[in-house]
Design a protein around this ligand. Sequence first.
Ligand code: ADP
Length: 272
Amino acid sequence: KPVTTDMKTLTEEIEKFAKDKKVEIDTLKIREEYRKDFLGNVSHELKTPLFTVQGYILTLLDGAMNDKNVNEKYLKRANKGVERLIYIVKDLDLITKLEAGDLNLDKEAFDIIELIKSVFELLEMKAAKKEITLTFDMEYANPIYVMGDAEKIQQVLTNLLVNSIKYGHTNGTTEVSVENLIKNKVIVRVTDNGGGIPKQHIPRLFERFYRVDQSGSRKEGGSGLGLSIVKHIIEAHGEKIYVESEVEVGSEFSFTLEKVAQKADAPKKVKM
Ligand code: ADP
């Protein structure tokens, strides 16, 4: 049977590789399982948007192309599907690098208040579409300098805020705050009053591709990777991420960052 042969060849290959490289066979087998599981998930994620795009293209080729009333609409929908595919592939690329520990952090001192303001500006439209208000009570506060990779921390904030919009109720509110934790630490909180997360899901929330509601997440255009990317970035900084949530009350995601006295005190750039 071809399947057995394939499996046998693979096992032999792994054993040979392990012997040559003098690595523990168990570690390799776990890695191989992990890789298979990852690839299975990836093809599953890509299938739905690919079929959607193909559906619109086939309809156009079938004659809709000549129908001025619908052809632009179908093309726009096909393009939306392609945009979604690009978004998923970008997230996949990032998670692969993060999991392999291949991502260099470009650490510098930056003003977290300024960063929050810029993320708010980027997401204003998205929030407004769902009539969600983004609030930040420190809008006019003095700068707070933290040490980290500003671009990556921007991604963390974006993912958390996008989630609070996606899973928030129409007319809801998301609040961001920065507080002093201990002498050289601040904690950034993103709090929403959305649907919340049932208790039993919380321990698995940061796993890649884990979703509380499969169809709800896909409908919202999620890749299922947002929170695992967030966790990897925060942990790569040596910091911590927390979540508290209650169904129909809301969720709070928070993470710590290293505070630095002022920009001048901080080393210019620390490559990690
Ligand atoms: P997705 O692409 O599905 O949003 P994430 O990794 O960002 O993937 O989130 C994983 C799951 O956690 C989501 O599918 C959703 O069920 C749940 N979730 C994340 N953030 C929130 C939130 N603010 N409120 C309610 N549920 C959330």
